[in-house]
Design a protein around this ligand. Sequence first.
Ligand SMILES: [Zn+2]
Length: 500
Amino acid sequence: MNNNNYNELHDASHSFEAVIGLEVHSQLLTKTKMFCSCQNIFGKEPNSMVCPVCLGLPGALPVINFEGVRLAVKAALALNININKKSLFARKNYFYPDLPKGYQISQYLDPVSSNGYLNIETDGVEKRIRINRLHIEEDAGKLIHIGSESYVDLNRAGTPLVEIVSEPDMSSAKEAVSYLKELRDILVYQGISDGNMEEGSFRCDANVSVRRKGDEKLGTRAEIKNVNSFKFVEKAIDYEIGRQIDLILSGGNIIQETRLYDSKENVTRSMRGKEEAHDYRYFEEPDLPPLILDEEFIEKVKNSISELPQSKRKRYADEYALTSYDCEVLTQDKNIAYYFEDLIKVNAVNNKGKVEIKKIANWVINDLLFALKGIENQPALKKGNMPEQEDFFNLILEVETGNINKNTGKIVLTEMLLTGKKPADIIKEKNLAQVSDEKGLEGIIKQIFDENSKELTDLISGKDKLFGFFVGEVMKKTKGKANPKKVNEILKNFIEEKKN
Ligand SMILES: [Zn+2]
């Protein structure tokens, strides 16, 4: 292809737009499976968490797990989806070795909830993504392939799931990732799912098609299956958009199919022709009654929903004047958000001194999270282990009141994380308190002047850069404990005196 052709093709690709819809499967954090009393836990010995119901043995009957229903309704309400007071379970029939019954219990014509939306923000632009439905279903088992042999683990068979189906309202891979992150944040915050993509408890299939801008009609779509990280979702969708545009521009046709993403090669590959709903021969589950929910139950679930990450971000920006970056980092993990909010409470009630909220946010974002990352692999600290809010606040106060300087504060923080000791004890034990005492500092500075008389003469004669050199020397002599503000003051005064 010569350059001209390439440029034409490249320009032509800009006249296309992508249309993306997502189907998310999220496991629910129930103690037991959706239709039997087997435990719902990950990582147990294969086929140890099974019973006649989830193995599909003849004569075994399913029973609805109401905790699963409650979590599904909670998810729907948090996502602004209308609850249907009467819904039906249905059998989705297909054959696969990880599906012992030969069908999956799901919901089809009458799902527990339909018609909702989620507001997302991508590169500062807000957009509303409509949600078609959220329904309850059970997970299948898992195939494990070792060499040329395949094994079946049915521990996961029957695990409660919600499937959340968006409308095709996203037009870029980035928007798809914003939607997924927002969705996962909400489910994790509300204790509905652990949102773990690697372990497969939060999975996503993406329906991707392209069309010429301005076209009303949707293009033929390909479904990309089970991509297990946000990064790969973005790459897989971007690849797929490019592939479809290239194919159309070179005169080919898109076929409706299911494709798998290969993260090593960064390509999607055809897996099979896409099934249509009628391939599954859905029919109403004869072993389960309709699911009837009353107003009181729905109201109770609604009241159990805590503040959503989106509104936390807005509140932090409004009430505390934090930047959007700060709000983003502080709310990305609910443990961090609640920790930060606890610190603000401690700040409000303590009588030793008040700290600006922006400073508290900086301490959490720049120091605590950073220190936690650095320390993760050390045995003394379990991931996610944070110091008591009271202790961490006291550390902030030690620095803000000048008892120790910022660098020493970082050392104390690491020590706190490793040992769980209180900041005051660490400062005392290691003799880390700042030297702020003026007489003492003056003496040290005079001594340094004597030892560096040439530099001193140069500084007095106008080589201002040397000021930093002297500050550094004082820090060295005091092993970093000198109060830098005091050192600056005293040094300035001395130099002024000597200049006159
Ligand atoms: Zn079971």
